[in-house]
Each structure stands twice: as C-alpha cells, then as structure tokens.
Write a protein that binds this ligand. Structure first.
Ligand code: SAH
Length: 364
C-alpha cells in the first residue's frame, strides 16, 4: 500500500510484528530450532560472564543493592548460568536485588519465566524479576548489563553510494513471473528520510559508486541508553555479538533450520540478522563511558579461565558427557567456529582506573 519499505522496516516486521514476527511465535533456538547460541552450547559461557561481572563489581567498590539487566534473553539460559555462578560469591550475589529482562516476545518471556522463576528453582529466591519492552523502563540503580546476540537482531538500513550521495536500498514487491520470492531489492531514485538522517557522519569520499553500507540507528539509540544509564548510576555492560570493528555493506542474512536462506524468501519463518558494527557502537557512546574492546570471544573466554573451568567439569562428568563438554568448549573458542567472529565490547564508567579483566588498555 505504501510502496517500497526500508530494510529496517522489513526486519522489524519480520522479526517482531505482534501478529507473526519470527521471535513472537515460538522457541527458535537449539537443535530442533533454527540456530544455536553460545549460552545454549555450554553452561561455561554464562558462568564466565557472571565471573566477569563479579570482578567489575569488586573493582567498582562492591556497591550494595544492585540489579542485573539482560537485553534479548532468549531462553534465559545465559542469565541462569550467570546468576548461578555468582551464587558462589556470596557477598556479590547478596547485593543483587533485582533482575530486569528486556524482551519483546511474549512466548520467550514465558520460557524465561519458567527457566528462572519456576518454584523448583529456589536458587534465586530473594531476587525479584521484571520484564520490560524497552530499556527506557529500567529503574536507576548500579547495574550489570548484558546483551548477547541482541544487537544483531536490531533493524539496519542499507545505503548505496551513487554519483551524487547515498541512496537507500529498499524492499519492493515483485509480482513478475520470474520472481523468486515476490520481493526484490531496489535502490531509491532520490534521498529518503533515512538516507538524509543517518549518512551524515559517513566519509562519503572513501567509498566507490555502487558500494553499500549498513547502518543501525536503533543500535546506536540503545547503546546510548545503556551508556547513559551507566554514567548516571554506575555499573558496567558487556555486548557480545558477531560483527566487525568497521562498517560493512553485505551482511544481512537469514537462517532457517541451521541453513542460510535468502533474506527475502520466507519472511517470519527464518531468523534475520546483520553483523554488528562495533566501531559505530563505540563512537556513539564515547562521550558517556569508557569503552573497551572489541576483543574476540576466544580471547575473552580464555582470559577468564575457560580451560580451568572445563577441567573442573570434566573431573565430575560421566564418561559419556566428556566428549560433549570438550567439543562444545572448542566450538566457543576455536577461530574457525565462534572464537573470532564473535566479539565482546565493555562499557565502564568514565575514569575507571583498572582495565577490565580480559581487555587491554584502549588506544581509541
Ligand atoms: N541472548 C539469547 C537470545 C538471542 S536472540 C541467546 O544468546 O541465546 C535475540 C533475542 O532478542 C530474543 O530473545 C528476541 O526475542 C529478543 N529481541 C529481538 N528484538 C528485540 C527488540 N527490539 N526488543 C527486545 N527484545 C528483542
């Protein structure tokens, strides 16, 4: 009815439309689902995140009455393993009073509730859990904030460099006979609202005609909200995702049952995501917090002692479980699996003296 729509609008409809959005209707994770994420691969992933946050809590003066926040918690596995690991550090665990989950999907909220709050899990007794639609609703308090594979699901705009400026690549209906998906990508003939609003800071002269770039204004907005929260209340955040420390133009992808499919082929039935541009996130918060990273997931997990933790689990594991434990750890850290493409970025309050564990002094 409105003519072509932006890729951002397409992603938003496909992923989170309340009627049939991909995330809204069911459990999409795991072997039976469409894709597997690190926390679902190994409990060690969430445990080490918990330990990292504990070290930050210590280095920021062991604040009292704090909260844990996760954006896009999926099945709740990461939070579960993280909190579980923190129960081993009683003074830290006891200072946590609230846990806030930012989740659009009613179905996933239910799964998270079952995982974290069902009565059989008394481990987290005393913690109060809250669900929110957006980060805006988060109360002011010192916070541990984590987002794993959340930013890659946020909508991107795609722009192509023309001879006289950036032109937006949009999704159009294609009802010709040779159409594969009933949709096609077109390049807008003139500027769009988004091309005017979001390409201003891009070094136009560095690109050739025909080059494409992806920009995610929602990512910038949310990372700024997180950074402002940390600036105002103290706390720290980890953003873990696949992506690069530079801008890219061809990373939008769709995954269905562990296979890549065309992003326009089956809207609502396949996951859609794009590489995170960590540079863009860093630049958007540089005046609010100190930023460290991105470091590779491999380096991050190894600095936190993934090997030692694996050995400990192996000692107590049944022989049949051992192979599984080893191969899942390998998958998280191996460069050709998830070790290099996944990266970790940290925000800490400005002027923090200690370099966070697993990071290096930043030169930016
Ligand atoms: N962190 C989990 C899940 C990653 S999938 C894991 O690693 O396993 C992305 C998650 O973000 C899902 O829980 C999805 O429902 C949620 N999500 C996607 N877009 C969102 C948005 N705009 N606002 C809030 N949650 C969103």
């Amino acid at each position: 009815a409105t003519g072509p729509i932006s890729i951002a609008q397409y992603m938003k409809e496909v992923l989170t439309s309340s009627l049939s959005g991909y995330y809204m209707v069911g459990d999409v994770f795991g072997r039976q689902g469409d894709f597997v994420t690190s926390p679902e691969i190994s409990q060690i992933f969430g445990e080490l995140m918990g330990i990292w946050f504990m070290t930050q809590w210590q280095s920021q003066g062991k604040p009292d009455k704090i909260q844990v926040i996760e954006l896009g918690p999926g099945r709740g596995t990461l939070l579960y393993d993280m909190l579980n690991a923190m129960t081993n550090f009683n003074d830290c665990f006891r200072s946590i009073c609230e846990v806030h989950l930012i989740e659009v999907s009613p179905k996933l909220r239910e799964i998270q509730y079952q995982k974290l709050c069902s009565s059989s899990r008394s481990t987290f007794d005393g913690l109060k859990f809250f669900w929110h639609d957006t980060f805006n609703e988060i109360p002011d308090k010192w916070s541990m904030i984590i987002a794993h594979e959340f930013f890659d699901a946020l909508p991107i705009h795609l722009f192509e460099r023309a001879s006289n400026g950036w032109r937006e690549v949009m999704v159009d209906i294609d009802d010709t006979n040779n159409s594969l998906y009933n949709f096609r990508l077109i390049v807008a003939p003139g500027p769009t609202k988004a091309s005017i609003a979001f390409t201003g800071s891009i070094a136009y002269e560095k690109f050739k005609i025909g080059d494409r770039i992806e920009i995610s204004p929602d990512s910038m907005k949310i990372s700024k909200q997180i950074a402002k929260h940390i600036k105002g209340n103290g706390g720290t955040s980890l953003i873990i995702d696949y992506g690069q420390d530079f801008i890219q133009g061809n990373t939008l992808r769709a995954i269905k049952r562990h296979e890549f499919v065309h992003p326009l082929s089956d809207p609502g039935q396949a996951d859609l995501s794009a590489d995170v541009n960590f540079r863009y996130l860093k630049e958007s918060v540089a005046d609010l917090v100190d930023v460290y990273g991105p470091v590779t997931q491999s380096k991050f997990l190894q600095s936190l002692g993934i090997k030692a933790r694996l050995l400990m689990l192996l000692k107590n594991a049944l022989p049949a479980k051992r192979k599984d434990l080893i191969s899942s750890t390998e998958r998280l850290v191996h460069p050709s699996a998830m070790g290099e493409i996944y990266k970790v970025l940290a925000f800490v309050p400005k002027g923090s003296l200690e370099v966070p564990v697993a990071f290096e002094k930043s030169n930016d």
